[in-house]
Write a protein of this length. Structure first.
Lengths: 203, 203
DNA sequence: TAACCGTGCCTAGAGGCACTAGGCAAAGGG
DNA sequence: CCCTTTGCCTAGTGCCTCTAGGCACGGTTA
Protein backbone atom coordinates (compact mmCIF):
# COMPACT_ATOMS: atom_id res chain seq x y z
CA UNK A 1 0.00 0.00 0.00
CA UNK A 2 1.25 3.40 -0.98
CA UNK A 3 2.20 5.54 1.97
CA UNK A 4 0.35 8.76 2.60
CA UNK A 5 3.43 10.69 3.67
CA UNK A 6 2.11 11.89 6.97
CA UNK A 7 4.08 14.07 9.32
CA UNK A 8 3.12 15.92 12.48
CA UNK A 9 3.32 19.11 10.45
CA UNK A 10 0.98 18.01 7.71
CA UNK A 11 -1.46 16.49 10.16
CA UNK A 12 -1.53 19.69 12.18
CA UNK A 13 -2.07 21.84 9.14
CA UNK A 14 -4.86 19.63 7.86
CA UNK A 15 -6.43 19.75 11.31
CA UNK A 16 -6.29 23.54 11.25
CA UNK A 17 -7.97 23.63 7.85
CA UNK A 18 -10.58 21.18 9.04
CA UNK A 19 -11.15 23.34 12.11
CA UNK A 20 -11.84 26.34 9.90
CA UNK A 21 -14.41 24.30 8.04
CA UNK A 22 -16.27 22.46 10.77
CA UNK A 23 -15.30 24.29 13.94
CA UNK A 24 -12.35 23.68 16.23
CA UNK A 25 -14.24 21.56 18.74
CA UNK A 26 -15.64 19.37 15.97
CA UNK A 27 -12.24 18.33 14.69
CA UNK A 28 -12.00 14.59 15.02
CA UNK A 29 -9.10 12.26 14.47
CA UNK A 30 -11.39 9.97 12.50
CA UNK A 31 -12.39 12.71 10.11
CA UNK A 32 -8.78 13.75 9.76
CA UNK A 33 -7.72 10.18 9.00
CA UNK A 34 -10.52 9.93 6.45
CA UNK A 35 -9.26 13.10 4.80
CA UNK A 36 -5.82 11.54 4.44
CA UNK A 37 -7.28 8.23 3.26
CA UNK A 38 -5.75 6.53 6.26
CA UNK A 39 -6.93 4.63 9.32
CA UNK A 40 -7.39 6.45 12.62
CA UNK A 41 -4.64 4.52 14.33
CA UNK A 42 -2.11 5.74 11.83
CA UNK A 43 -2.33 9.29 13.09
CA UNK A 44 -1.16 8.27 16.54
CA UNK A 45 2.35 7.83 15.20
CA UNK A 46 2.52 11.55 14.56
CA UNK A 47 0.31 13.01 17.25
CA UNK A 48 0.00 11.76 20.79
CA UNK A 49 -3.75 12.13 21.08
CA UNK A 50 -6.57 14.55 20.35
CA UNK A 51 -5.49 16.95 23.06
CA UNK A 52 -1.99 17.03 21.67
CA UNK A 53 -3.34 17.70 18.19
CA UNK A 54 -5.47 20.55 19.46
CA UNK A 55 -2.53 22.06 21.25
CA UNK A 56 -0.41 21.87 18.10
CA UNK A 57 -3.15 23.55 16.09
CA UNK A 58 -3.48 26.23 18.75
CA UNK A 59 0.23 26.97 18.80
CA UNK A 60 0.39 27.16 15.03
CA UNK A 61 -2.71 29.37 14.94
CA UNK A 62 -1.48 31.80 17.55
CA UNK A 63 1.76 32.05 15.60
CA UNK A 64 -0.11 33.04 12.47
CA UNK A 65 -2.34 35.38 14.44
CA UNK A 66 0.62 37.18 15.99
CA UNK A 67 2.22 37.51 12.60
CA UNK A 68 -0.86 39.12 11.10
CA UNK A 69 -1.36 41.47 14.02
CA UNK A 70 2.30 42.43 14.03
CA UNK A 71 2.30 43.16 10.33
CA UNK A 72 -0.84 45.24 10.69
CA UNK A 73 0.44 47.60 13.36
CA UNK A 74 4.02 47.85 12.12
CA UNK A 75 4.88 51.46 11.49
CA UNK A 76 1.57 52.77 12.80
CA UNK A 77 0.57 54.54 15.97
CA UNK A 78 -2.49 55.89 17.74
CA UNK A 79 -5.78 55.73 15.92
CA UNK A 80 -4.12 54.31 12.85
CA UNK A 81 -2.59 51.44 14.79
CA UNK A 82 -5.82 50.77 16.66
CA UNK A 83 -7.84 50.45 13.48
CA UNK A 84 -5.22 48.35 11.73
CA UNK A 85 -4.98 46.05 14.73
CA UNK A 86 -8.74 45.72 14.97
CA UNK A 87 -9.11 45.07 11.29
CA UNK A 88 -6.48 42.34 11.32
CA UNK A 89 -8.05 40.84 14.42
CA UNK A 90 -11.55 40.66 13.01
CA UNK A 91 -10.37 39.47 9.64
CA UNK A 92 -8.45 36.60 11.16
CA UNK A 93 -11.31 35.62 13.45
CA UNK A 94 -13.88 35.57 10.65
CA UNK A 95 -11.73 34.13 7.93
CA UNK A 96 -10.02 31.46 10.03
CA UNK A 97 -12.67 30.71 12.66
CA UNK A 98 -11.24 27.34 13.59
CA UNK A 99 -7.74 28.65 14.10
CA UNK A 100 -9.06 31.63 16.00
CA UNK A 101 -11.07 29.37 18.28
CA UNK A 102 -7.92 27.34 18.78
CA UNK A 103 -6.07 30.39 20.06
CA UNK A 104 -8.78 30.78 22.69
CA UNK A 105 -8.61 27.11 23.64
CA UNK A 106 -10.32 26.56 26.97
CA UNK A 107 -8.62 23.68 28.73
CA UNK A 108 -5.03 24.51 27.86
CA UNK A 109 -4.64 28.23 27.51
CA UNK A 110 -1.43 28.02 29.48
CA UNK A 111 0.50 26.35 26.72
CA UNK A 112 -0.66 28.96 24.27
CA UNK A 113 -0.18 31.88 26.62
CA UNK A 114 3.28 30.67 27.53
CA UNK A 115 4.34 30.32 23.91
CA UNK A 116 6.43 33.07 22.42
CA UNK A 117 3.71 33.88 19.91
CA UNK A 118 1.14 33.98 22.68
CA UNK A 119 3.13 36.53 24.59
CA UNK A 120 3.83 38.38 21.38
CA UNK A 121 0.15 38.97 20.69
CA UNK A 122 -0.21 40.52 24.10
CA UNK A 123 2.85 42.66 23.58
CA UNK A 124 1.52 43.80 20.22
CA UNK A 125 -1.71 44.80 21.91
CA UNK A 126 0.16 46.87 24.47
CA UNK A 127 2.28 48.41 21.74
CA UNK A 128 -0.80 49.35 19.78
CA UNK A 129 -1.96 51.49 22.69
CA UNK A 130 1.41 53.02 23.34
CA UNK A 131 0.70 56.35 21.66
CA UNK A 132 -2.31 56.93 23.89
CA UNK A 133 0.10 57.43 26.77
CA UNK A 134 -1.66 55.45 29.47
CA UNK A 135 0.19 54.60 32.67
CA UNK A 136 0.22 51.20 34.24
CA UNK A 137 -2.86 50.11 35.94
CA UNK A 138 -4.85 51.97 33.32
CA UNK A 139 -2.87 50.50 30.46
CA UNK A 140 -3.60 46.92 31.44
CA UNK A 141 -7.25 47.80 32.03
CA UNK A 142 -7.43 49.33 28.58
CA UNK A 143 -5.76 46.32 26.99
CA UNK A 144 -8.24 44.04 28.70
CA UNK A 145 -11.13 46.17 27.54
CA UNK A 146 -9.90 46.04 23.98
CA UNK A 147 -9.28 42.31 24.01
CA UNK A 148 -12.69 41.73 25.54
CA UNK A 149 -14.45 43.87 22.99
CA UNK A 150 -12.69 42.35 20.01
CA UNK A 151 -13.08 38.83 21.28
CA UNK A 152 -16.71 39.34 22.20
CA UNK A 153 -17.66 41.13 19.02
CA UNK A 154 -16.11 38.63 16.66
CA UNK A 155 -17.52 35.76 18.69
CA UNK A 156 -21.03 37.15 18.61
CA UNK A 157 -20.73 38.04 14.96
CA UNK A 158 -19.46 34.59 14.01
CA UNK A 159 -22.24 32.83 15.89
CA UNK A 160 -24.89 35.04 14.36
CA UNK A 161 -25.51 36.83 17.63
CA UNK A 162 -26.37 40.13 15.96
CA UNK A 163 -29.91 39.97 14.67
CA UNK A 164 -30.68 43.65 14.20
CA UNK A 165 -30.74 44.81 10.56
CA UNK A 166 -28.06 47.40 11.27
CA UNK A 167 -24.92 46.39 9.35
CA UNK A 168 -22.38 44.58 11.47
CA UNK A 169 -19.44 46.18 9.76
CA UNK A 170 -20.82 49.63 10.46
CA UNK A 171 -21.26 48.78 14.12
CA UNK A 172 -17.70 47.52 14.21
CA UNK A 173 -16.39 50.76 12.74
CA UNK A 174 -18.42 52.84 15.18
CA UNK A 175 -17.22 50.73 18.06
CA UNK A 176 -13.64 51.33 17.04
CA UNK A 177 -14.26 55.03 16.74
CA UNK A 178 -15.81 54.99 20.18
CA UNK A 179 -12.90 53.05 21.65
CA UNK A 180 -10.46 55.48 20.08
CA UNK A 181 -12.24 58.40 21.68
CA UNK A 182 -12.34 56.52 24.93
CA UNK A 183 -8.62 55.83 24.86
CA UNK A 184 -7.94 59.49 24.27
CA UNK A 185 -10.07 60.46 27.24
CA UNK A 186 -9.45 57.50 29.49
CA UNK A 187 -10.92 58.17 32.94
CA UNK A 188 -8.01 57.83 35.36
CA UNK A 189 -8.59 55.73 38.42
CA UNK A 190 -9.42 58.37 41.00
CA UNK A 191 -13.16 58.76 41.12
CA UNK A 192 -13.95 55.75 43.27
CA UNK A 193 -15.31 58.01 45.97
CA UNK A 194 -17.76 59.95 43.82
CA UNK A 195 -21.05 58.18 43.33
CA UNK A 196 -21.65 55.60 45.96
CA UNK A 197 -24.50 54.83 48.30
CA UNK A 198 -24.71 51.14 48.88
CA UNK A 199 -22.91 50.25 45.71
CA UNK A 200 -21.78 46.88 44.67
CA UNK A 201 -20.00 44.30 46.70
CA UNK A 202 -19.21 40.89 45.38
CA UNK A 203 -18.86 38.09 47.82
CA UNK B 1 -37.44 -1.70 40.24
CA UNK B 2 -38.29 1.61 41.85
CA UNK B 3 -38.92 4.32 39.31
CA UNK B 4 -36.74 7.36 39.28
CA UNK B 5 -39.52 9.84 38.59
CA UNK B 6 -37.95 11.45 35.56
CA UNK B 7 -39.60 14.26 33.66
CA UNK B 8 -38.33 16.52 30.90
CA UNK B 9 -38.21 19.29 33.49
CA UNK B 10 -36.08 17.41 35.98
CA UNK B 11 -33.77 16.09 33.30
CA UNK B 12 -33.27 19.57 31.91
CA UNK B 13 -32.56 21.03 35.30
CA UNK B 14 -30.08 18.31 36.15
CA UNK B 15 -28.41 18.86 32.79
CA UNK B 16 -28.09 22.57 33.54
CA UNK B 17 -26.51 21.81 36.90
CA UNK B 18 -24.18 19.32 35.27
CA UNK B 19 -23.27 21.93 32.66
CA UNK B 20 -22.27 24.35 35.40
CA UNK B 21 -20.01 21.69 36.85
CA UNK B 22 -18.34 20.18 33.82
CA UNK B 23 -19.01 22.69 31.05
CA UNK B 24 -21.94 22.88 28.69
CA UNK B 25 -20.27 21.03 25.84
CA UNK B 26 -19.22 18.20 28.16
CA UNK B 27 -22.75 17.37 29.22
CA UNK B 28 -23.44 13.83 28.21
CA UNK B 29 -26.63 11.80 28.32
CA UNK B 30 -24.68 8.94 29.82
CA UNK B 31 -23.41 11.05 32.69
CA UNK B 32 -26.88 12.44 33.23
CA UNK B 33 -28.38 8.95 33.32
CA UNK B 34 -25.70 7.89 35.78
CA UNK B 35 -26.59 10.84 37.97
CA UNK B 36 -30.21 9.67 38.05
CA UNK B 37 -29.21 6.05 38.59
CA UNK B 38 -30.84 5.13 35.33
CA UNK B 39 -29.83 3.69 31.97
CA UNK B 40 -29.06 6.01 29.07
CA UNK B 41 -31.96 4.79 26.99
CA UNK B 42 -34.42 5.83 29.66
CA UNK B 43 -33.73 9.50 29.09
CA UNK B 44 -34.90 9.28 25.51
CA UNK B 45 -38.48 9.02 26.71
CA UNK B 46 -38.22 12.55 28.06
CA UNK B 47 -35.78 14.21 25.70
CA UNK B 48 -35.55 13.61 21.99
CA UNK B 49 -31.78 13.55 21.79
CA UNK B 50 -28.71 15.41 22.95
CA UNK B 51 -29.41 18.38 20.72
CA UNK B 52 -32.90 18.66 22.11
CA UNK B 53 -31.57 18.52 25.64
CA UNK B 54 -29.07 21.26 24.93
CA UNK B 55 -31.77 23.44 23.45
CA UNK B 56 -33.95 22.94 26.50
CA UNK B 57 -31.08 23.87 28.78
CA UNK B 58 -30.37 26.94 26.66
CA UNK B 59 -33.96 28.12 26.78
CA UNK B 60 -34.17 27.61 30.51
CA UNK B 61 -30.84 29.36 31.01
CA UNK B 62 -31.70 32.38 28.94
CA UNK B 63 -34.93 32.65 30.90
CA UNK B 64 -33.02 32.78 34.16
CA UNK B 65 -30.49 35.17 32.67
CA UNK B 66 -33.19 37.57 31.52
CA UNK B 67 -34.80 37.43 34.93
CA UNK B 68 -31.59 38.34 36.70
CA UNK B 69 -30.77 41.13 34.30
CA UNK B 70 -34.29 42.49 34.49
CA UNK B 71 -34.28 42.45 38.27
CA UNK B 72 -30.90 44.18 38.32
CA UNK B 73 -31.86 47.16 36.19
CA UNK B 74 -35.40 47.57 37.48
CA UNK B 75 -35.85 51.07 38.83
CA UNK B 76 -32.39 52.20 37.80
CA UNK B 77 -31.15 54.44 35.03
CA UNK B 78 -27.92 55.74 33.53
CA UNK B 79 -24.72 54.84 35.28
CA UNK B 80 -26.58 53.03 38.01
CA UNK B 81 -28.40 50.82 35.52
CA UNK B 82 -25.24 50.18 33.54
CA UNK B 83 -23.32 48.99 36.56
CA UNK B 84 -26.18 46.90 37.89
CA UNK B 85 -26.63 45.29 34.49
CA UNK B 86 -22.95 44.59 34.16
CA UNK B 87 -22.70 43.19 37.65
CA UNK B 88 -25.63 40.84 37.08
CA UNK B 89 -24.20 39.81 33.73
CA UNK B 90 -20.78 38.93 35.06
CA UNK B 91 -22.14 37.26 38.15
CA UNK B 92 -24.35 34.99 36.10
CA UNK B 93 -21.59 34.16 33.65
CA UNK B 94 -19.10 33.25 36.36
CA UNK B 95 -21.43 31.57 38.79
CA UNK B 96 -23.43 29.58 36.23
CA UNK B 97 -20.85 29.03 33.49
CA UNK B 98 -22.64 26.09 31.95
CA UNK B 99 -25.95 27.90 31.71
CA UNK B 100 -24.24 31.02 30.40
CA UNK B 101 -22.46 29.00 27.72
CA UNK B 102 -25.83 27.49 26.86
CA UNK B 103 -27.27 30.93 26.18
CA UNK B 104 -24.47 31.50 23.69
CA UNK B 105 -25.03 28.13 22.04
CA UNK B 106 -23.37 28.07 18.66
CA UNK B 107 -25.33 25.76 16.41
CA UNK B 108 -28.83 26.81 17.45
CA UNK B 109 -28.79 30.44 18.49
CA UNK B 110 -31.98 30.98 16.52
CA UNK B 111 -34.13 29.06 18.92
CA UNK B 112 -32.73 31.00 21.81
CA UNK B 113 -32.83 34.35 20.08
CA UNK B 114 -36.38 33.77 18.97
CA UNK B 115 -37.55 32.86 22.44
CA UNK B 116 -39.34 35.51 24.45
CA UNK B 117 -36.58 35.49 27.06
CA UNK B 118 -33.96 35.82 24.36
CA UNK B 119 -35.61 38.92 22.99
CA UNK B 120 -36.16 40.17 26.51
CA UNK B 121 -32.43 40.17 27.28
CA UNK B 122 -31.87 42.34 24.24
CA UNK B 123 -34.68 44.66 25.23
CA UNK B 124 -33.27 44.96 28.72
CA UNK B 125 -29.93 45.89 27.25
CA UNK B 126 -31.50 48.63 25.17
CA UNK B 127 -33.48 49.81 28.19
CA UNK B 128 -30.32 49.99 30.25
CA UNK B 129 -28.90 52.53 27.83
CA UNK B 130 -32.09 54.54 27.54
CA UNK B 131 -31.01 57.34 29.84
CA UNK B 132 -27.92 58.02 27.74
CA UNK B 133 -30.24 59.37 25.06
CA UNK B 134 -28.68 57.77 22.00
CA UNK B 135 -30.59 57.79 18.73
CA UNK B 136 -30.96 54.83 16.48
CA UNK B 137 -28.01 53.75 14.56
CA UNK B 138 -25.86 54.81 17.49
CA UNK B 139 -28.04 53.03 20.00
CA UNK B 140 -27.69 49.66 18.33
CA UNK B 141 -23.98 50.22 17.89
CA UNK B 142 -23.65 50.99 21.58
CA UNK B 143 -25.68 47.93 22.55
CA UNK B 144 -23.45 45.77 20.39
CA UNK B 145 -20.36 47.28 21.92
CA UNK B 146 -21.64 46.59 25.40
CA UNK B 147 -22.69 43.03 24.64
CA UNK B 148 -19.34 42.38 22.98
CA UNK B 149 -17.39 43.75 25.89
CA UNK B 150 -19.34 41.87 28.52
CA UNK B 151 -19.35 38.65 26.57
CA UNK B 152 -15.68 38.91 25.73
CA UNK B 153 -14.56 39.90 29.19
CA UNK B 154 -16.42 37.16 31.02
CA UNK B 155 -15.34 34.63 28.44
CA UNK B 156 -11.69 35.57 28.75
CA UNK B 157 -11.93 35.72 32.53
CA UNK B 158 -13.60 32.32 32.77
CA UNK B 159 -11.01 30.68 30.55
CA UNK B 160 -8.14 32.24 32.47
CA UNK B 161 -7.27 34.55 29.61
CA UNK B 162 -6.06 37.31 31.89
CA UNK B 163 -2.59 36.50 33.07
CA UNK B 164 -1.39 39.88 34.26
CA UNK B 165 -1.23 40.31 38.05
CA UNK B 166 -3.61 43.27 37.90
CA UNK B 167 -6.86 42.26 39.63
CA UNK B 168 -9.54 41.20 37.22
CA UNK B 169 -12.32 42.75 39.27
CA UNK B 170 -10.53 46.09 39.23
CA UNK B 171 -10.14 45.94 35.46
CA UNK B 172 -13.82 45.14 35.17
CA UNK B 173 -14.78 48.15 37.26
CA UNK B 174 -12.50 50.43 35.28
CA UNK B 175 -13.89 49.09 32.03
CA UNK B 176 -17.40 49.88 33.19
CA UNK B 177 -16.36 53.35 34.23
CA UNK B 178 -14.78 53.83 30.83
CA UNK B 179 -17.88 52.57 29.02
CA UNK B 180 -20.01 54.90 31.08
CA UNK B 181 -17.90 57.85 30.07
CA UNK B 182 -18.00 56.66 26.51
CA UNK B 183 -21.78 56.41 26.48
CA UNK B 184 -22.07 59.92 27.80
CA UNK B 185 -19.78 61.25 25.10
CA UNK B 186 -20.71 58.89 22.30
CA UNK B 187 -19.14 60.09 19.05
CA UNK B 188 -22.10 60.67 16.73
CA UNK B 189 -21.87 59.09 13.34
CA UNK B 190 -21.18 62.33 11.46
CA UNK B 191 -17.61 63.28 12.31
CA UNK B 192 -15.39 62.76 15.24
CA UNK B 193 -16.89 65.56 17.22
CA UNK B 194 -14.02 66.25 19.51
CA UNK B 195 -15.35 65.17 22.85
CA UNK B 196 -14.88 68.36 24.82
CA UNK B 197 -11.56 68.73 26.53
CA UNK B 198 -11.58 67.23 29.98
CA UNK B 199 -13.03 63.78 29.83
CA UNK B 200 -12.19 63.13 33.42
CA UNK B 201 -15.28 64.52 35.09
CA UNK B 202 -18.32 62.52 34.20
CA UNK B 203 -21.45 62.24 36.29
C1' DT C 1 -60.23 -6.59 44.93
C1' DA C 2 -58.86 -8.05 40.54
C1' DA C 3 -58.12 -7.40 35.77
C1' DC C 4 -56.32 -3.74 32.76
C1' DC C 5 -53.68 -0.62 30.54
C1' DG C 6 -50.41 3.26 29.83
C1' DT C 7 -45.87 4.22 30.18
C1' DG C 8 -41.52 4.45 32.79
C1' DC C 9 -37.51 2.17 32.71
C1' DC C 10 -35.34 -1.88 31.05
C1' DT C 11 -32.24 -5.09 27.81
C1' DA C 12 -30.08 -5.65 23.33
C1' DG C 13 -27.73 -3.88 19.79
C1' DA C 14 -25.71 -0.74 15.97
C1' DG C 15 -22.51 2.74 14.80
C1' DG C 16 -19.07 6.55 15.75
C1' DC C 17 -15.00 8.14 18.12
C1' DA C 18 -10.47 7.97 21.08
C1' DC C 19 -6.95 5.21 21.93
C1' DT C 20 -3.62 0.76 22.57
C1' DA C 21 -0.96 -3.36 21.16
C1' DG C 22 1.17 -5.72 17.98
C1' DG C 23 2.25 -7.02 12.85
C1' DC C 24 3.83 -6.49 8.07
C1' DA C 25 6.02 -4.33 4.46
C1' DA C 26 8.00 -0.22 2.23
C1' DA C 27 12.19 3.06 2.26
C1' DG C 28 16.58 3.84 2.84
C1' DG C 29 21.46 2.85 4.72
C1' DG C 30 25.26 -0.44 4.96
C1' DC D 1 21.05 -7.55 -1.05
C1' DC D 2 20.18 -7.75 3.71
C1' DC D 3 18.60 -5.17 7.67
C1' DT D 4 16.78 -1.72 10.25
C1' DT D 5 13.58 1.80 10.69
C1' DT D 6 9.09 3.23 10.68
C1' DG D 7 4.77 4.17 8.37
C1' DC D 8 0.54 2.36 8.13
C1' DC D 9 -2.12 -1.66 9.07
C1' DT D 10 -5.53 -5.06 11.73
C1' DA D 11 -7.72 -6.15 16.05
C1' DG D 12 -9.79 -4.87 19.93
C1' DT D 13 -11.53 -1.93 24.28
C1' DG D 14 -14.36 1.43 26.23
C1' DC D 15 -17.37 5.48 26.20
C1' DC D 16 -20.85 7.80 23.80
C1' DT D 17 -25.50 8.53 21.02
C1' DC D 18 -29.54 6.60 19.61
C1' DT D 19 -33.29 2.78 18.12
C1' DA D 20 -36.39 -1.21 18.79
C1' DG D 21 -38.79 -3.83 21.54
C1' DG D 22 -40.10 -5.94 26.34
C1' DC D 23 -41.69 -6.12 31.10
C1' DA D 24 -43.65 -4.64 35.23
C1' DC D 25 -45.21 -0.69 38.06
C1' DG D 26 -49.08 2.52 39.11
C1' DG D 27 -53.24 4.23 38.83
C1' DT D 28 -57.90 3.35 36.73
C1' DT D 29 -62.00 0.98 36.37
C1' DA D 30 -65.39 -2.86 36.98
Amino acid sequence: MARAGLTAERVTEAAADLADEVGFENVTLSALARRFGVKDASLYSHVRNLRDLRTRVALRAVEEFAERLGAAVAGRAGRDALFAFAHAYREFALERPGRYAATQMRPVPDVVAASSAGRRTIEITYATLRAYGLAEPDLTDAVRLLRSTFHGFTGLEASGGFGHPRGVRESWERALEALHVLLEHWPSADRETAVNGGGKETT
